[in-house]
Design a binder for this molecule. Structure first.
Ligand code: F3S
Length: 369
């Protein structure tokens, strides 16, 4: 066991050195990515098995990303999940850990590794976490600390560009396009004003900005935790009228239709599941195959309130512990989605083209017909 502890200590020291610090700081929680068999392969699976065999356990509340499983790889993926549970991780595999652990408080230091969750946590919850890799988050989960660098320091959380939004209407798709545009074209921590975003819409913006860049915090006037503090910085100002997003949309929305609807990248919140159930309550069955991805925690709340049953009766397929890039999606060629992150990865990793629309448009135009 001692040998493995030393290896993890060395890893965190090296991470500290690379970021010019020797100081370590205790963490309140960790979130591990790199959970998919398709990502980590046999080498990663055996590494994890060795760590578990040594009897190591996580010291802080730890959650894990979902895997994306190919047909025939289910057993290998299940063994990976089992080993994370043996390590003491929560038995729920989701990219929205912020919907699970409501004990997280503003200012808490975490070691999280899922890029979309890192943006959400830093921005909406006001916690402090860098965008860790799966292995550094695992090391921190086991040791209970992380090097004091990057977004754990106040000065690194400041915004550099004030973005004044000059249009009013926003939805998940536009929020995602805006996030991708900022990440790709502006590339610095933004302070966004002039638009009212819900936490769910922010989720799509954050996931997209993290897809296009390494930005891990976004300040939005009226929404994010540190927006008042952030607004006081001198910043270069950019005005956006909306047409800037057209180029991003043309790049990521490559088709006019789709064989199925994919929602839940990042995983759907309870509010989103409820809204989909309510918006489709008047029809007998959805007109297109529709796959919803969520976490176990959200699923069980929705189940207890009758929404899962309602959705299933309409024909929705609902998956937990699974990323959208999974065996249920891989046979498709074209899909509808509201998520810019999904559109990017489905195309770049699986060759699946997306038709980007807001959730409301998908329900009205595709599912209700
Ligand atoms: Fe989650 Fe997979 Fe999307 S991990 S954020 S559903 S790419």
């Amino acid at each position: 066991m001692g040998e493995w502890i030393n290896k993890f200590k060395k890893l965190l020291c090296a991470l500290g050195e690379a970021n010019e610090t020797e100081k370590m700081i205790p963490i309140k929680g960790a979130h591990i990515s790199g959970v998919s068999y398709r990502n980590i392969g046999d080498v990663g699976r055996e590494f994890l098995y060795d760590v578990v065999s040594e009897g190591l356990k996580v010291r802080v509340h730890t959650t894990c990303n979902p895997g994306y499983t190919k047909e025939g790889e289910e057993d290998l993926q299940d063994r990976i999940y089992h080993n994370f549970i043996m390590l003491g991780c929560e038995e729920s595999f989701t990219c929205t850990p912020y919907y699970l652990n409501r004990k997280i408080k503003c200012g808490d230091v975490l070691s999280w590794a899922e890029s979309s969750a890192v943006v959400y946590a830093n921005s909406v919850l006001g916690v402090r976490t860098n965008r860790e890799s799966g292995i550094t988050a695992l090391a921190s989960a086991i040791l209970g600390y992380t090097p004091l660098y990057g977004l754990l320091r106040s000065e690194e959380r400041r915004p550099w560009v004030r973005i004044k939004i000059k249009w009013r209407d926003i939805d998940e798709k536009k929020a995602g396009l805006l996030g991708y545009y900022i990440g790709e074209k502006i590339g610095r921590v933004p302070f966004i004003e002039g638009i009212l975003l819900t936490e769910e819409e922010f989720k799509y913006l954050g996931a997209a900005i993290a897809t296009a860049s390494d930005i891990s915090i976004v300040h939005v006037k009226g929404l994010t935790k540190e927006h008042k503090w952030a607004s006081k910085y001198e910043m270069h100002t950019i005005e956006m009228k909306g047409e800037e997003l057209r180029e991003v949309e043309e790049k990521l929305s490559q088709t006019e239709g789709g064989e199925a609807v994919i929602l839940g990248c990042p995983h759907l919140s309870f509010n989103e599941l409820r809204e989909i159930a309510e918006a489709t309550s008047q029809i007998r069955r959805v007109k297109k195959r529709a796959l919803l991805f969520t976490s176990r925690a959200v699923y069980s709340t929705a189940l207890s309130m009758g929404y899962i049953e309602k959705l299933r009766r309409k024909g929705f397929e609902i998956y937990t512990d699974s990323c959208v890039m999974c065996k249920y999606v891989e046979e498709l060629e074209e899909v509808y989605t509201n998520s810019v992150k999904a559109a990017f990865y489905l195309y770049n990793r699986m060759g699946i083209r997306s038709c980007l629309k807001s959730t409301r448009e998908i329900i009205q135009e595709v599912l209700l017909g």
